[in-house]
Design a protein around this ligand. Sequence first.
Ligand SMILES: [Cu+2]
Length: 119
Amino acid sequence: MIAGVDVFLLFSRLILSTIFIGWFYQLALDLAAMGRFIVEILNQPTNQSKRGRKMIEFNVQDMTCGHCASRISKAINGIDSSAKVDVRIEGRSVLIESKASPDELAQAIRDAGYTPVAP
Ligand SMILES: [Cu+2]
């Protein structure tokens, strides 16, 4: 009879802890989802910053290969991580969509060791 009661208690505890673990697990999932939602809202670009982006083109005659292109891309993303960089090695040109000013972008390219010229 005692053994039966023990088994019953053990079983009830098992069910209760399963419910609690499930509840905490669900709570953790909900909190994580909520966190992701908040981060998404905070990272959403506002219309203001979208409107502030400009297309800028530079001729870079001393850009000769993929290595040069990646150095220039990195330099630009270093001052504006959201910048879109389109490097055309054959045309020796770099097209940039960024909120950084043309002067800042030109300086970043010069700092990387290249000579940007506005076309
Ligand atoms: Cu190169």
